[in-house]
Design a protein around this ligand. Structure first.
Ligand SMILES: NC(=O)c1ccc[n+]([C@@H]2O[C@H](COP(=O)([O-])OP(=O)(O)OC[C@H]3O[C@@H](n4cnc5c(N)ncnc54)[C@H](O)[C@@H]3O)[C@@H](O)[C@H]2O)c1
Length: 238
């Protein structure tokens, strides 16, 4: 029987490539997202339209699952307006998706993984969970990363350490991946500025994340727990 993976944010830019990759590596994927319009169901992909911030809906979804090897908490959102204009509703929304959603999914996954004797939880954080964005590289792009995005991604890294510390005894390893900026047709000015700040002198591609993902979910990776692996071309190194 194929090992089962739950991937949130599966309909998004990173998620869609993750789905294809996981299937190619022999996993069965529950592809979870608010919207599932950019995904196709198949023998090895079950599409799950789910709001990960809805506690009852998350519980309902997990009630139909009896076996799970990997949970990838990848769904995440940002907000790009200035700090001075932030509303409480915007702040709470980012907190809910990035932190509460990851918590709810992990809480339910834990129960199944304990029963089946172990598992892997991968949280997708960000370089901006470890340091602030630099407003000088964003210019007029309107894509400036926000305080609440950074705060929630720092929270995701912290949640990772908590779960690693408390679930290790159940043979569950929890780790985070912090991607650097992924190229997705951003403005020429932004891309140039970003490249100048990156030792590898380029933005990332979703494909750059795959080898780290594979390492962390591999059966052979049994003693890496509580780590936050930055896949960022060295962005955080200076
Ligand atoms: N793209 C980057 O440069 C970058 C860099 C660092 C970290 N990340 C992180 O990687 C992850 C994926 O990013 P992406 O670029 O693919 O973003 P994306 O916006 O393309 O995809 C995010 C997905 O999450 C889904 N989602 C949002 N709220 C949800 C909810 N309540 N329930 C279920 N699904 C929900 C969205 O519908 C969307 O499909 C995010 O956590 C993001 O913060 C991205």
């Amino acid at each position: 029987m194929k090992e089962k993976v739950i991937l949130t944010g599966a309909n998004g830019n990173i998620g869609r490539t993750f789905v294809e990759f996981l299937v190619a590596k022999g996993y069965f994927v529950y592809a979870v997202d608010l919207k599932i319009d950019r995904l196709k169901t198949s023998k090895y992909v079950e599409l799950v339209q789910l709001d990960i911030t809805d506690e009852d809906a998350v519980h309902d979804f997990f009630s139909s699952i009896d076996n799970l090897r990997v949970l990838i908490n990848n769904a995440g959102i940002g907000v790009f307006t200035p700090f001075e204009n932030r509303t409480a509703a915007e702040f709470k929304k980012v907190m809910e998706v990035n932190l509460l959603g990851s918590f709810l999914m992990s809480q339910s996954a834990l129960k199944i993984m304990k029963k089946v004797g172990g598992g892997k939880i991968i949280n997708i954080a960000s370089i901006y969970g470890s340091k602030s964005s630099d407003e000088r590289i964003y210019g007029e792009s309107g894509r400036n990363n926000s305080e609440v995005y950074s705060a929630t991604k720092a929270g995701v890294i912290s949640l990772t350490k908590y779960m690693a510390a408390h679930f290790g005894k159940y043979n569950i390893q929890t780790n985070a991946i912090s991607p650097g900026g992924i190229y997705n047709e951003q403005s020429i000015d932004f891309v140039r500025n970003y490249e100048q700040k990156t030792p590898m002198q380029r933005m990332g591609a979703v494909e750059d994340l795959l080898s780290t993902l594979l390492y962390l979910i591999s059966e052979d990776t049994t003693y890496t727990n509580g780590q936050n692996i930055s896949v960022d071309g060295g962005f955080l190194a200076w």
